[in-house]
Design a protein around this ligand. Structure first.
Ligand code: MCA
Ligand code: AMP
Length: 442
């Protein structure tokens, strides 16, 4: 699936699950080069694309049937719907429901295999925890090709039989105008900083809203407090991953929503903090967060070695997020063991961009880092070393990546330098680069 957001897209997702198919949604920002990899890796039986992309996608197809789905009821998929009612396929909790691609530390995207049991357990838990009700009105502002918009937001609303108001793009004024008839909003921190800055955002505008939830990227304590000052409402921050669905949440009721923390493990979900080699870490000290529970995925599609590296024998999945846990069980994320940039709630793995830059003529090597960005939280910067005698420019690097990588992954600035800083072991010191270029996108 690579289609624009529409109610028909939601029906297609549900129909695929009823038929027992495995749903693979893809970010609409992916280029043909990226799409070719996903099609080759997933080997889909059916591919659904936007009507305008049909010729291009047909050229990339190695397996499966191609149909199109536009917004506003267009597309060949809707033309060919049979009249008879197709029976619901029987599936067990262990059967695959979806594969969601997530960028990998090695540069290649990995398909996280999510089972019916994974999706259902997380959805039921969150429905109870966040108090989803039949009369809720969810203001839906997220894309529906990622876990946040597709599962976390929609499953709650669907299980409760609530109403959903779909927004295709993000326009602060249009979203705030819906607060009068809405009750729940889920977004990434960029949404919340934009809403806080909007002139229409007032206490009165929010009186009908019962719940604001943030996740996918760190919500700065300062942003949390500014939102409360302006609206009188405390954002509920939660934490999760594509591989695990939601892992922790601040309390909805009966406890404090503490800014800068991601709350407590969800009922039925276990977390522990471990050292790099799986050793115990003293209570309250930072280590890598590991998670086990019915929410944890079945492994990476066709990558058994990767799966074995990231899921321990006792079933705990290594998140790569560095956390502390206090005596009371509350989790605070303090960093990342993985080299990952999160811009506007989207994950970007530097390795993928470094590989693309290193392959350009005249480039000796590169280092890609995330630096503070006022709107997206973090933004991508590339630091590039040219081969001896070669001329490499910012303009040329940016132009060469155009069409190769999705726009959100492309570096916003490229700096050409003589050498990258390295430590005694010869490893590039990304922390030094991050502080050197800290102001680059401000
Ligand atoms: C858009 N652009 C971006 C991003 N989004 N650049 C970096 N990072 C981004 N996230 C670029 C576009 O390429 C374009 O650049 C310019 O910004 C404006 O694009 P536009 O589409 O107008 O941007 P926008 O509509 O303002 O989008 C910003 C956004 C969006 C609303 C924050 O990125 C978004 O919906 N993010 C949410 C992603 C999400 O659902 N994450 C959840 C993943 P140019 O002009 O150069 O072309 S699931 C997950 O993480 C786990 C499970 C969890 O815990 O939830
Ligand atoms: P993804 O792989 O796109 O599913 O993104 C998962 C990653 O997003 C996690 O491993 C975290 O690094 C990050 N993340 C999700 N929620 C939060 C949060 N509330 N605070 C900080 N980071 C988060």
């Amino acid at each position: 699936m690579q289609v624009d957001k529409s109610p028909e897209n939601v029906l297609l997702y549900l129909a695929a699950e009823r038929l027992g198919m495995v749903y693979v949604p893809l970010n609409t920002a992916y280029t043909s080069a990226e799409l070719a990899y996903f099609l080759g890796d997933a080997e889909p039986a059916v591919v659904v694309c936007r009507p305008a992309d049909e010729a291009e996608v047909r050229g990339l197809l190695t397996t499966g049937t191609l149909v199109t789905l536009g917004t506003d009821g267009t597309g060949s998929l809707l033309d060919d719907i049979p009249d008879e009612v197709v029976p619901v396929a029987e599936r067990t909790p262990e059967d695959l429901a979806a594969i969601l691609y997530t960028s990998g530390t090695t540069g290649r995207s990995k398909g996280a295999m999510l089972t019916h049991g994974n999706l259902l357990s997380n959805a039921m838990t969150l429905k109870a925890l966040w108090g989803w009700r039949h009369d809720d009105v969810l203001i839906h502002i997220l894309p529906i090709y990622h876990v946040h918009g597709l599962f976390v937001a929609l499953h709650g609303a669907l299980l409760a039989g609530a109403t959903v108001l779909f927004h295709r793009g993000f326009d602060s004024a249009a979203v705030i105008a819906d607060f009068a008839r809405g009750s729940v909003l889920m977004g990434v921190p960029t949404h919340y900083t934009r809403l806080t800055g909007a002139p229409e955002m007032t206490r009165e505008a929010c009186t009908n809203m019962r719940l604001f939830i943030s996740g996918s990227a760190p919500l700065l304590a300062e942003a949390h407090e500014r939102f409360e000052e302006k609206t009188g409402q405390r954002i509920l921050e939660r934490y999760g991953m594509t591989e695990t669905g939601m892992i922790t949440s601040n309390p909805y009721e009966g406890g404090a929503r503490v800014a800068g923390t991601v709350g407590y493990p969800l009922p039925g979900v276990e977390v522990r903090v471990r050292g790099d080699n799986g050793e115990l870490v003293e209570q309250g000290k930072p280590g890598v967060l590991e998670v086990r529970g019915p929410n944890v995925f079945a492994g990476y599609w066709r990558m058994p070695e990767k799966t074995a590296q990231e899921i321990r024998e006792d079933g705990f999945f290594i998140t790569g997020d560095v956390a502390t846990q206090d005596a009371d069980g509350r989790v605070t994320l303090v960093g990342r063991a993985k080299d990952l940039i999160i811009a506007g709630g989207l994950n970007i793995y530097p390795k993928e961009i470094e590989e693309a830059i290193d392959a350009l003529p005249g480039v000796e090597e590169s280092a890609v880092i995330g630096v503070p960005h006022p709107d997206m939280g973090e933004g991508v910067v590339a630091v590039v070393v040219a081969q001896k005698g070669a001329r490499v420019t910012e303009k040329a690097v940016r132009a060469a990546l155009e069409g190769q990588l999705a726009r959100f992954k492309q570096p916003r600035r490229v700096f050409v330098v003589d050498a990258l800083p390295r430590n005694a072991m010869g490893k590039v010191q990304k922390a030094a680069l991050r502080s050197e270029y800290a102001e680059a996108l401000k």
